[in-house]
Every structure is written in structure tokens, then in C-alpha cells.
Design a protein around this ligand. Structure first.
Ligand code: ZN
Ligand code: ZN
Length: 417
């Protein structure tokens, strides 16, 4: 019973074809990993494994999906397609079916199946470990956890896992660590420790490890805390490599400083701007960065969408907004969705992107900034689109190919020797 008799040579999903892995493939999504983080950590001697490995591997760059937020990009990476296909356009959106603003972390919003499900259905072993449980539900959607070939859990809730929901009883016992605070570097270290233990016990064909950007929101590239975080990851990657895994690393998005000379967040309160321009209740600003983890970013990012009431002159509103200082681009829904490959039924009438060092808010009374202990760093815009795409083996990729972070399974499975 050789694998070649049991498994297909390739799998097709969402219009793309992927070769069956010849060795375990570990894809790492480093949340908020602006390319400078790894470059600075390597330059400072903090990532000895990766520094050595990229000499024979491929140290590439790719563009992430805009809005440069966590959920749209994680779902793009694991489906191999942009949000226009998989449907997850933000962490948060205005559900047109209910008129309510809701988190977009329910699998019912997902419109494409994952690469994991397609491989798993064909007999592959799959393991997914995330920091936060909300993302885990989307990434593990459709897997049969009773098969004994699928494991998916978050470090946040590793003490609550069951065979039926996660494919593993008591993942915390397997890892042998305390459940970390949701605001900590240890929440991400737990993931890598779990990855090494799963590689020992289960040896999955595909493994996906997705961290949280708690560190990147607070610490710039090359600073001691950031370097220690990347050194931690490097040490686990070395272990996975030694166990015979191929590693591929990318990021869901980058990260930039978003504060002024006074160290306060440099915010454009877009709801206030539009209320002033159009009168009250003419426009409704939605911030797709919104999530329960306000300590990271105070719900301030560089991307917003705006719903306009009937009778509002959209063309003149866009004209005025496009001249507003600090706004990089103002698109109609159609223009913005075409530009960024987004689902038109899940965005408002206008899409607004701010400059590199500015963030967009609704109104000042709706953002609790008291939890921000360090000067704000955040993401969401085109300015956070550049991310690393690193493979620990040489990848044969055309020099003129415009790589996206959601090409990572293609590059790792189809373009390495
Ligand atoms: Zn993220
Ligand atoms: Zn973030």
C-alpha cells in the first residue's frame, strides 16, 4: 500500500491545481509581519536557522489582499483565491440580509472550500493551529474531525478541544503548557510548540500555523521584543525542518506606525467628516478591522467602507473626500471591488483607504483608546500590502510573476523541486 496507489498526483480546488505534497508542508502565516521584521531579525543574528536556510531557499515578496486585515487574508491563503471568491471581505461587516453590523467569523459567510478540505477529502492528513478561536472555525470548516486525519484548534481554547470539534481531545495536555493570555507573545509560541508535537505524533501532509499580531502592533521591526519573537519562531522552524518538513512563511498583512509627533494615534474620524459634509444620518461608516481585541489597535485601521443614504450625491461626495488630507484613495464600490477583488454585496457604496501613517475611525466617542499603551501601529491599507513569501527550498518562480500571499500553496507545492 504505497502512497502513490492511495493518493492522487494532484488536487484541484477553487480553479487551481496543487501537487500532492512529497513531504509534510508547513505553511506559517505570521500575523502583521511587515518584511522588515524578518530582515532586521536576520541582520541582527536572531534567526540563525532562517538565515542559513534562505541561502538555498527562496526569499520572495508578495502582495496581500486589501483590506490588509487578518481574516480576509487568512481565508485567501487557505483557499488560494481573493475575497471576491471566498466572500470574507473583513473581520466585520454590515450584513445586507439583516442590516446589522456583525463579525464575519461564522463559516456561513464562507463561499469557497479550503485547500485543506480538498486534500483531506482525498485522504490527506491536515493540522491547523491558530492563536484565536474565531479564525480557527473558518479555517477548519468542512473537515471531518472524526476521521482521525484532521486536527484544528486555537491556543486560546486548547483546553476545550474535543474529538468531534477539533479532532483531538485536550490539545493543551499534548502541548503541556498553560493557556497563554490572549494578549501575549506566548499565545503564538503555543502554536509552534503544538506544531512540533503534532509533527511528531501525527505527521500531517499539510500543516497551517497562524499567529496573532499582538507583538507587531506594539513593537517596531528590529526592536528587542520583536527580535525575541522572531528568534522564538526561528527555533521552532528549525525543529520542524529537522523533522523533514518543507516550510513556507508569509504574512496576512504588514504593519506601519500610525501615530503623530505627539505619539497619539493619527486618526481621521470619517463619520464625523461625512456628518459635517452631508448632515447627520446621510452616511454610515463601517470599519472592517473591528474585532474584540481592541488592545491591539482600538479598532483603528487604514480601510473603511461607507454606506450612503438614498438621495446623497455620491459623485460629489467622492470628489470632496478625495481632496481630504490624509486619504490615499476614495473608490466607488464597483471601482474598489474591482481593484481589490472584493465581493460587491459585502461592501458599502464607497471604499476609503488612508495614507500610510493615518488611520480611519468612525467618531471619537466610539473608539476606546485608553487600552493603547504604546504608540499606535496598525494596518488595513495599501501601505501594508507588501509581505514576505519565503520557502525553505529553492522555488522556481518566474521573475516577472506578481506574487500574492495566497499563491503560497502553489509556490510550495507546484514550484519546488
Ligand atoms: Zn492580521
Ligand atoms: Zn492586527
Amino acid at each position: 500500500m504505497t502512497p502513490s496507489n492511495e493518493t492522487p498526483a494532484s488536487i484541484s480546488v477553487n480553479g487551481r491545481t496543487y501537487a500532492w505534497p512529497k513531504q509534510p508542508l508547513v505553511v506559517v502565516c505570521i500575523d502583521g509581519s511587515e518584511p522588515d521584521y524578518i530582515e532586521e531579525a536576520i541582520a541582527g543574528g536572531h534567526m540563525p536557522f532562517l538565515a542559513e536556510k534562505i541561502k538555498g531557499g527562496s526569499d520572495l515578496r508578495a502582495d496581500c489582499v486589501v483590506p490588509s486585515f487578518t481574516n480576509p487574508n487568512n481565508l485567501s491563503i487557505v483557499t488560494g483565491q481573493p475575497p471576491a471568491v471566498h466572500g470574507i471581505s473583513g473581520n466585520f461587516f454590515l450584513d445586507p440580509d439583516t442590516g446589522k453590523e456583525v463579525m464575519m467569523n461564522d463559516p456561513k459567510f464562507l463561499r469557497a472550500e479550503t485547500i485543506f478540505k480538498a486534500f483531506h477529502d482525498a485522504g490527506a492528513k491536515v493540522a491547523i493551529v491558530t492563536a484565536k478561536d474565531k479564525l480557527r472555525r473558518l479555517l477548519g470548516h468542512g473537515l471531518d474531525f472524526t476521521s482521525g486525519r484532521a486536527v484544528s484548534f486555537s491556543s486560546e481554547k486548547a483546553n476545550e478541544t474535543t474529538m468531534a470539534d477539533n479532532g483531538i481531545e485536550d490539545a493543551q495536555a499534548m502541548v503541556g503548557r498553560d493557556i497563554p493570555d490572549v494578549y501575549s507573545a506566548e499565545l503564538s509560541e503555543f502554536i509552534f510548540d503544538a506544531g512540533v508535537k503534532l509533527m511528531e505524533s501525527m505527521r500531517p501532509d499539510l500543516m497551517y500555523l497562524s499567529t496573532t499580531d499582538y507583538i507587531q502592533h506594539k513593537h517596531a521591526p528590529g526592536t528587542p521584543v520583536a527580535n525575541a519573537f522572531y528568534a522564538m519562531m526561528d527555533s521552532y522552524w528549525a525543529k520542524l525542518d529537522a523533522m523533514g518538513a518543507l516550510l513556507a512563511m508569509t504574512a496576512d498583512h504588514g504593519m506601519n506606525a500610525k501615530f503623530g509627533a505627539d505619539n497619539q494615534p493619527d486618526v481621521i474620524y470619517l463619520q464625523e467628516v461625512l456628518d459635517e459634509m452631508l448632515g447627520a444620518d446621510a452616511a454610515r461608516v463601517i470599519l472592517p478591522i473591528t474585532d474584540p481585541y481592541v488592545v491591539h489597535h482600538g479598532a483603528l485601521g487604514s480601510f473603511a467602507t461607507v454606506y450612503l443614504s438614498d438621495g446623497v450625491d455620491q459623485a460629489s461626495t467622492m470628489e470632496k473626500l478625495s481632496k481630504y488630507p490624509g486619504l490615499a484613495n476614495v473608490y466607488s464600490k464597483e471601482e474598489g471591488c474591482a481593484e481589490f477583488q472584493l465581493p460587491t454585496d459585502r461592501l458599502g457604496d464607497m471604499i476609503v483607504v488612508s495614507d500610510k501613517h493615518k488611520v480611519l475611525g468612525t467618531s471619537s466617542d466610539r473608539h476606546d483608546l485608553t487600552q493603547l499603551k504604546e504608540p499606535l501601529r496598525s494596518h488595513g491599507g495599501v501601505s501594508e500590502q507588501r509581505v514576505p513569501l519565503i520557502i525553505t527550498r529553492h522555488a522556481d518562480v518566474a521573475a516577472d510573476r506578481h506574487l500574492r500571499n495566497f499563491d503560497i500553496f502553489d509556490v510550495a507545492l507546484n514550484h519546488t523541486a
